[in-house]
Design a protein around this ligand. Structure first.
Ligand code: ZN
Length: 510
């Protein structure tokens, strides 16, 4: 369905269908307000509805966000083009691979939107963003407008305004604190833009919505939406089994972890987060320590990746429902692929897990955090350390094996971690969303001790790769027995571009 199909969009809006949440927004000309398709307010007449692809586009057309359905809570959208077909094109000069221009432009626009959202607190110029994506500002402006029908700057402004609106509604932060945390450099500019776009001042929004009571030491809580169904229990169990003692904790149906992020000026910001499921609201409630307000958009972006919040479960099920023919119920509608908050930490955790049990690797990871990480004081029981960064490992005076050996690690594994830390800290491998999955996996496999399984697993979790497939995995082979190698691969072809989700289903079936 495209948003140009008025009748189809109206039908989706009429049925309050959560499958379309985040895929389009509805501007209501009789009220001047724009809504999510799931809004419970009285249904406007079709002739009063205009449909927009993004909140930014609705705002540019002069609509104000609904206070009831809160467009800022709509889940994000994953790229529409299967990741395996994505290749960087001539707009990104460092690779020679050529692809269909539509795919390349789409990918570039989606990446730019992701960057704008994640760094809305610190992006200074479009030129700088374009350079980081390997193209010119002019090219970026053009592809961005084609994809989202707004300019990157308009998109950025909406990201900031909606984050501020969220903070004013759900937290006890002052207007000034909310403005700064959402990336506005000055209170005056924030007030002016907010008033111009939303036809009310930040203080009157706060009065209308009430905000929350500020509690010292408790952090501030926000909501991040997802499309139901959401298999929270499975995902939390996955994270619980792998939670690094001192760095992460899972208890009382919530996930906790310590956080270290780097601000634009290079300064480190540390704190903790908590995430819990709010099934009635189709959202996660995310609590962040007050210290993380300086990097709030970045923190929220990482949480979205860790919990796979842009996932579109219905689209995935359309492809994977054939799995039910193998075993009834194999295609779980709410399945999610765990991403990661800190790629280096996840990668080390993966290397540690080679040839030992998940529990054994968890214990070892906890020892590394305690020995080489940084102690941190938090208000959360059990969160005591920041996991070491790649730079921390590279900066050690003695060989890594001399520090990790006494913790129970064999020298070969220590050397692999050391080599990985080197490649990540000098930038020769970029283990982050937006990098090319196949190319990154190939780069990782050049490191001694990292085989195909490890590389593809890391890429799946760090890049949000939807189409990873580990055909040599013991669990996958077991779940698909008696099929063997080539048969398994052939079967998995029909699960593209969602083979990562198919693997989660297979693992969960054991
Ligand atoms: Zn609404």
């Amino acid at each position: 369905m495209t948003i140009d199909n008025h009748a189809a969009c109206y039908a989706a809006f009429q049925s309050k269908d959560s499958r379309f949440d985040g895929h389009f927004f509805v501007g209501v000309t009789s009220t001047g307000i724009y809504c999510r398709p799931v809004c419970r307010a009285r249904l406007p007449r079709p002739e009063n509805c205009t449909f927009f692809k993004t909140a930014a586009e609705a705002e540019r057309a002069g609509f104000r966000p609904c206070l009831l359905c809160r467009p800022e809570l709509a889940p994000g959208c994953a790229p529409m083009v299967p990741a395996t077909r994505l290749r960087t094109c001539s707009a990104v000069p460092q690779t020679g691979t050529v692809c269909a221009p539509v795919d390349a432009s789409h990918r570039l626009a989606v990446l730019a939107a992701k960057q704008l959202e994640e760094h809305c607190g610190s992006i200074e110029s479009l030129e700088e963003l374009a350079a980081s994506l390997g193209c010119t500002a002019r090219h970026l402006r053009r592809v961005f407008r084609e994809e989202y029908r707004v300019s990157p700057v308009e998109y950025l402004q909406t990201c900031r305004l909606l984050l501020a609106k969220s903070l004013l509604t759900d937290t006890g932060l002052s207007v000034l604190e909310a403005a700064m945390a959402s990336g506005f450099g000055s209170l005056r500019r924030f007030n002016a833009l907010f008033q111009a776009r939303y036809h009310l001042s930040p203080t009157s929004l706060r009065r209308q919505t009430g905000g929350a009571v500020k509690q010292e030491g408790q952090g501030i809580s926000l909501f991040l939406g997802y499309r139901p169904p959401y298999g929270w229990d499975r995902l939390l169990a996955f994270l619980a089994l792998r939670a690094i003692p001192g760095v992460e904790a899972v208890r009382e149906n919530a996930y906790y972890r310590t956080v270290r992020l780097v601000k634009r000026d290079g300064a480190e910001v540390c704190g903790w987060i908590k995430a819990e499921n709010m099934p009635g609201q189709n959202a996660l409630r995310v609590t962040v320590s007050a210290s993380l307000l300086a990097v709030l958009p970045q923190t929220l972006a990482r949480v979205k990746e860790l919990f796979d919040l842009s996932c579109d479960p219905n689209r995935i099920c359309e492809t994977l429902q054939t799995m039910d023919a193998l075993k009834p119920g194999l295609c779980a509608p709410g399945v999610r692929v765990p991403g990661c908050f800190d790629p280096f930490e996840m990668a080390v955790r993966t290397i540690l897990g080679q040839q030992i049990t998940v529990k054994g690797a968890t214990t070892l990871a906890g020892r590394i955090a305690r020995e080489l990480g940084t102690p941190i004081r938090t208000e959360v029981n059990g969160l005591t350390h920041l996991f070491p960064t790649a730079q921390d490992i590279c900066g050690l005076e003695e060989p890594v094996s001399a520090r990790l050996g006494p913790l129970g690690m064999i020298a070969a594994r220590s050397n692999t971690i050391s080599a990985l830390a080197g490649k990540l800290s000098d930038g020769s491998i970029r283990l982050a969303a937006g990098a090319d999955p196949e190319r990154t996996a190939a780069q990782l496999m050049e490191i001694p001790g990292i085989g195909a399984w490890t590389a593809h697993y890391m890429v799946m979790r760090a890049l949000g790769w939807t189409d990873a497939f580990l055909e040599t995995d013991y669990g996958i082979k077991k779940a698909l027995a008696p099929r063997k190698g080539k048969e398994i691969l052939a079967l998995a072809e029909s699960w593209r571009p969602w083979r990562s989700y198919a693997m989660m289903n297979l693992w969960n079936s054991l």
